[in-house]
Design a binder for this molecule. Structure first.
Ligand code: FES
Ligand code: FE2
Length: 420
């Protein structure tokens, strides 16, 4: 249980709030690079700030204020030029650093005043990595965008999946350190959703949590599992500050504002050895629905949709004064304590946990990966179908989230060499 002041402290994401300032020390994934193959400007909201993300004709990405500093027109209706984004109201043009580089009327009528040198638009750095656009809203010097090990892998089909989840990000992230829910929410509930009475899946017998440089590792033993199992020997990762990492799959919970979260998945599927070498031309990015429009209820059919139901069900900002934590929640307590300590650390002028500034280290940041051999060395189609962790992964259906577009399904099947 937390008192309400701590609950507020951990859940507020706005600029100037302690947690909002802590979160601003990290790069956040906000869009897919491939989204900008067909459009070049889009509105985004991140940690309570309304912004505009664009890609200019030079191919440079920029992230600027949603509103023009002239008279506040909506910059997401602006248009890009060779360099920068132009407001559609009176044509002021801004570059990715926020400089005003043209004021069409003032530049002609009163060039000597150089009014544009006195005007800036709020602008934040953005970088492309692993098919994602990352934004940094914190103080300079910015740390590096983490180059997590899977971002360096080859011979994989990657897809990026978004969802808008109407609740606070912190309860979503607590789910990243909650292995027990897998047994009930995903395994057993799916049995019942399929109208089957059972059998229920093996019970969890032992769960341990260990903090490491980039997060918290959780390891588990379930009925019938030996201590040689990679899920006990290696485990899975609650990745700092706002992600789950299972080996070939990242899920970030990106705060849109206090009561909304952007779920961002980066999912890697190693193609069978028979398909190598495989080079993916463009990483598709798609957005899945969370609500069933025919019933108005949340979608229950896919793994992450089930998670969304848990998170949303806890309330827009869950009231932690009412909770009763058990021993299975030890990781959640660890997570909260680390954030509370890091709020103090940044107030002392220190870097918070998992800040990466060493370019050498960032060539490839290794993480605990239970299924490493299969992912790094590759396996045949037959082995993929047989392997315990890879079972079923040669199927065409994307099991994690509802709403995969047909063309992504087609591209996946083609990469894997399986019928659609
Ligand atoms: S409001 Fe943007 S140029 Fe006038
Ligand atoms: Fe889950």
């Amino acid at each position: 249980m937390l008192d309400s002041s701590k609950n507020q402290l951990l859940t507020q994401v706005g600029a100037g709030t302690p947690m909002g300032d802590l979160l601003r020390r990290y790069w956040m994934p906000i869009a897919g690079v491939s989204e900008f193959e067909n459009e070049n400007v889009k509105p985004v909201r991140l940690m309570g700030e309304d912004l505009t993300l664009y890609k200019d004709m030079n191919g440079t990405f920029g992230l600027v204020d949603r509103h023009c500093p002239h008279r506040s027109a909506d910059m997401s209706y602006g248009f890009v030029e060779q360099c920068g984004l132009r407001c559609n109201y009176h044509g002021w043009l801004f570059d990715q650093d926020g400089r005003c580089i043209e004021q069409p009327y003032e530049d002609v009528a009163h060039p000597e005043a150089r009014f544009r040198d006195k005007v800036r638009i709020k602008a934040y750095p953005v970088q492309a990595r692993a098919g994602l656009i990352w934004a940094y809203l914190g103080p300079q010097p910015a740390p590096l965008v983490p180059n997590w090990e899977p971002f360096t892998w080859k011979n994989g089909f990657v897809q990026i999946v978004f969802a808008d989840v109407p609740c606070n990000w912190f309860q979503c992230q607590e789910n990243s350190v909650d292995p027990l829910h897998f047994e009930w929410m995903h395994m057993n509930w799916s049995v019942r959703l399929a109208d089957e009475g059972g059998p229920y899946s093996p019970r969890h017998l032992k769960i341990v949590f260990d903090e490491f440089d980039y997060g918290i590792v959780y390891r588990r033993i379930r009925e019938g599992m030996s201590e040689e199992d990679p899920l006990w020997k290696v485990g899975r990762v609650c990745l700092w500050p706002n992600a789950l990492f299972t080996g070939d799959h990242f899920e970030w919970r990106v705060p849109i504002d206090d009561e909304n979260t952007l779920s961002v998945t980066w999912s890697f599927s190693r193609v069978p050895k028979e398909r190598e070498p495989y080079v993916q031309q463009s990483i598709p990015a798609w957005r899945g629905p969370v609500q069933d429009s025919s019933t108005g209820r949340w979608i229950t059919s896919h793994v992450m949709n089930q998670d969304f139901i848990a998170w949303i069900g806890q309330g827009a900002i869950t009231d932690r004064t009412r909770e009763h934590l058990g021993t299975s929640d030890a990781g959640i307590i660890m997570l909260r304590q680390r954030f509370l300590k890091d709020i103090e650390a940044i107030a002392r002028g220190e870097d918070p946990k998992a800040t990466i500034r060493d370019p050498e280290l960032n060539l490839c940041v290794t993480l605990p990966i239970a299924d490493r051999k299969r992912l790094v060395e590759g396996v045949s189609a037959a082995e993929i179908s047989r392997g315990p962790l890879g079972s079923g992964r040669l199927a065409t259906d994307y099991i994690f989230q509802a709403g995969q577009p047909r063309e992504v399904r087609t591209a996946y099947a083609a990469a894997m060499g399986i019928p659609e």
